[in-house]
Design a protein around this ligand. Structure first.
Ligand code: URA
Length: 251
């Protein structure tokens, strides 16, 4: 059954303003449904995909409905937090989206100095499905290292016995493909704090640069330049939740 929602509540939750401001918008005839002024802000509408094309606010199509999933190519130097002092990934999205409720959150944060595929969503259950260690959605990173990798690096990571500094629970097994002495592709199931950098530190190395290029079976879209983003289609969201083809495969 399709849920219905009051227009003032919907617009308020999408960040168009307080209930009062949204009521004023409707009263002034700047909110149209199927081309006609909405008679009242408490009119209920079915929350279905077609609504985004039927409802306009100040002459513009309605913002994406709840259930939004965005893929971003996170640039260097931006943080995934909502309120850090420096540049935020949220600064790269439309300003109004910052006022959405539920908010758009990163599904598996990337460090300020890590680049690549970042998913943001306002769908709480989906977010947990992506970041849960039980999820099939393993994350793949390309790491440039300061030192040549030790010969047993892949075996140690695959063993499921590596314990990070300051922790007592071993990491789940991770796949490592060594592409060059200081270039590795690692696929992990968990998302512990600074996990990949700390994994390589535990191997006596240091990550110089880190880039995430795959979540589950979803590759960083080739058309996304650093800082660019786009809304994912349902099939792409399903791919992010699916098992990756193979740890280092490019197809
Ligand atoms: N591991 C890290 O160390 N940093 C990230 O941003 C992601 C995974």
């Amino acid at each position: 059954m399709t849920a219905s929602v009051r227009i003032d509540r919907l617009l308020g939750n999408l960040g168009y303003g307080s209930r009062r401001e949204v009521m004023a918008l409707c009263r002034s005839g700047r909110v149209l449904l199927d081309g006609a002024r909405v008679p009242s802000a408490d009119l209920k509408v079915a929350l279905e995909p077609a609504l985004a094309a039927r409802l306009t606010v100040e002459g513009e199509a309605l913002d994406p409905l709840p259930g939004l999933v965005v893929a971003m190519n996170k640039p260097l130097g931006h943080t995934c937090s909502h309120d850090d002092a420096g540049p935020l990934v949220h600064d790269l999205l439309p300003e109004r989206w910052r006022h959405r409720d539920p908010p758009l959150s990163s599904a598996g944060r990337l460090d300020k100095d890590t680049t690549g595929l970042l998913l943001l969503t306002d769908d709480g259950p989906l977010l947990h499905r992506i970041i849960s260690p039980r999820s099939e959605a393993r994350k793949r990173y390309r790491a440039t290292l300061a030192e040549p990798l030790r010969a047993d690096a892949a075996a140690v990571l695959a063993s499921g016995t590596l314990v990070l500094r300051g922790e007592d629970r071993p990491l789940l097994p991770a796949d490592l493909v060594v592409e060059a002495p200081t270039l590795a592709v690692v696929t992990v199931a968990e998302g512990r704090y600074h996990q990949v950098r700390r994994m390589f530190a535990a191997l006596g190395n240091h990550v110089v640069s880190l880039h995430r290029d795959r979540i589950g079976a979803l590759d960083l879209p080739a058309d996304l330049a650093p800082g660019d983003w786009r809304i994912l289609e349902p099939g792409e969201v399903a791919a992010a939740l699916a098992a990756a083809p193979s740890p280092a495969s490019d197809d």
